[in-house]
Design a protein around this ligand. Structure first.
Ligand SMILES: Cc1cc2nc3c(=O)[nH]c(=O)nc-3n(C[C@H](O)[C@H](O)[C@H](O)COP(=O)(O)OP(=O)(O)OC[C@H]3O[C@@H](n4cnc5c(N)ncnc54)[C@H](O)[C@@H]3O)c2cc1C
Length: 504
């Protein structure tokens, strides 16, 4: 995600309240059922690995937790190597109020990556229409001059949504789970949150009194860099995206994917390098299990599990290649598709003339966002920092060869690369099925697919981010635990804020 564009203060009070909640533990449960003996998690991205970690916390040390991964641990958290340094090519930025991610980093003994300042500008295909300066007050004044109080309205809106969203940490710390994404959102922000998953962001902002010009020149570019889409994406994911440009962001020193490998170890989970091809229910007597069939480099195999969590998108476009067989009624193919975003990491000299700065020494920006302009072939270009930042590190000046990340819908051909770069040493391309292609009608997929078969990535249709997958992981671990132990009073409870207060 992009670095801060709007000057937004920290939600210190919310953070303090929620931090204490995140540290609390679920109280001892009354358990009658025999524990499960084997649980499978399919996918070792942040969703699957944090599920394994939370499952271990709730089900205890005896249960066998197997995590299947067909490619790399980390999934959409990945790096590319350029000139002996690694750079994030997928999910890169974490908000300071993402408490699960914070807690993982703490428990794993990882470090926060130092952020290196750099200015942002917005380009409309012909010129820079908004430029950040060294002067905070001047930036504020310019925003006010150009857009009136739109940015204050926006800031208050995002803060209100985040404050409500933060309730999840308290609910989860008290052990409450939700059987669907709708129930989860409803408990946090009532029908308002659910409506926000169906309504275009632009409509919500216009209703709020944010000007069309602000939407076109500021909100649009943020949606383009964060989700490769425009302001017609639903308001809820729009708010997630806007939280991602506040100025309290961080990343993991050494690469965000270290959290995934670390969580697998912490969970004492078995990593199986295998492609799961099918899952089917098997009933022997009263006992329901699931048969997982999979392919490894050395052949194919299958195994039985008591509980299965699918932690990878199931939409056709993502090609997880998992058949859910033998279920009654049979599963329909999930509607919707994933949006392609191409991340091109270039080692070279930025062509600052293209942005109206013939002399690169006078080009002061580290990040360039773009407006929704026909024929503009990229969403953003940013000078990026390696995942390991030494104390003496400084960002390269535009007159020097630097490392840049370009986000675009299509791969950049030679002509386009030559438009953006005067010359280059290397180009590395990662094509992502990055996040849902947000429309307004596909709805939110189920979490509970079958008695003990759960689906994590439905939450991405409300908002796709590392923390969203982690919240879904904690929810599924709690849900699986309560379902297994038939603790109905811990699932889909109403008026939780009041309940929690009276529990204290
Ligand atoms: C370019 C880009 C930029 C982003 N920027 C940010 C950001 O700045 N901040 C942020 O918070 N989020 C960001 N995101 C979103 C974030 O990366 C994702 O929401 C998150 O990583 C999803 O994690 P996941 O574990 O749910 O899914 P994934 O990471 O997709 O993990 C699923 C895993 O399942 C495996 N798998 C699939 N099918 C099978 C099978 N049949 N058998 C075995 N294994 C299988 C896959 O190989 C994969 O490793 C970005 C994403 C992209 C692509």
């Amino acid at each position: 995600m992009a670095r801060p564009l709007l000057p937004v203060p920290l939600l210190v009070l919310v953070l303090l309240a929620a931090c204490s909640a995140a540290g609390e533990q679920t109280g001892p449960a009354h358990v009658d059922a025999a524990p499960p003996s084997k649980i499978a998690v399919v996918g070792a991205g942040i969703g699957g690995t944090s599920t394994a970690h939370f499952l271990r916390q709730h089900f205890g040390p005896e249960v066998q937790v197997d995590v299947f991964e067909k490619a790399e641990v980390g999934g959409r958290l990945a790096t590319v190597t350029v000139n002996h340094n690694d750079y994030e090519s997928g999910g890169s930025i974490i908000h300071s109020l993402n408490l699960h991610m914070q807690e993982f980093v703490k428990q794993l003994g990882l470090k926060y990556r130092r952020s290196v300042a750099g200015k942002t500008a917005v380009f409309n295909g012909e010129e820079m229409i908004l430029e950040e300066t060294d002067w905070y007050l001047l930036d504020l004044f310019r925003l006010w001059w150009r857009y009136g109080i739109s940015f204050i309205r926006l800031q208050m809106w995002v803060e209100e949504i985040m404050e409500k969203f933060m309730r999840i940490y308290k609910y989860q710390a008290h052990g409450y789970a939700f059987s669907s994404v709708e129930e989860l959102l409803d408990s946090l922000g009532g029908s308002g949150f659910i409506n926000m998953t169906r309504r275009p962001l632009s409509d919500s902002l216009l209703e709020l009194g944010v000007s069309q010009r602000f939407i076109d020149e500021v909100i649009g570019p943020i949606m383009r860099v964060n989700y490769g889409q425009n302001v017609s994406i639903p308001a809820f994911v729009g708010a997630v995206s806007l939280a991602g440009v506040q100025n309290n962001l961080w990343a993991v020193e050494g690469g965000n994917k270290l959290v995934c490998s670390g969580l697998l170890k912490l969970a004492n989970a078995n990593l199986l390098q295998a492609h799961v091809t099918s899952i089917s229910p098997v009933l022997s007597g009263d006992a329901l299990q699931y048969q997982l069939s999979f392919n490894t480099e050395s052949g194919s195999g299958s195994d039985l599990y008591d509980i299965v969590v699918l932690a990878t998108p199931l939409q056709d476009s993502v090609e997880s290649g998992i058949n859910l067989e033998g279920f009654t009624p049979p599963f329909d193919q999930l509607p919707g598709s994933y949006h392609r975003t191409v991340a091109t990491v270039v080692h070279g000299y930025l062509n600052t003339s293209f942005f109206g700065f013939p002399d690169p020494r006078l080009f002061p920006f580290a990040n360039v966002l773009t407006t929704d302009t026909p024929n503009l072939f990229f969403n953003s270009v940013a000078s990026i920092c390696p995942v390991n930042i030494s104390t003496g590190f400084r960002r390269k000046q535009p007159q020097e060869a630097g490392i840049y990340k370009v986000f675009s819908l299509q791969s950049l051909d030679k002509a386009r690369l030559k438009t953006l770069f005067r010359s280059y040493y290397s180009v590395q391309v990662t094509e992502w099925q990055a996040y849902p292609r947000y429309g307004s009608s596909q709805g939110l997929p189920s979490v509970e697919l079958h008695t003990n078969l759960y689906y994590l990535n439905g939450i991405e249709w409300a908002g796709s981010a590392m923390e969203m997958s982690s919240v879904a992981a904690k929810n599924i671990a709690l849900l699986a635990y309560h379902r297994w132990n038939r603790q109905t009073d811990m699932v889909d409870q109403k008026d939780l804020m009041h309940r929690i207060k009276t529990e204290l």
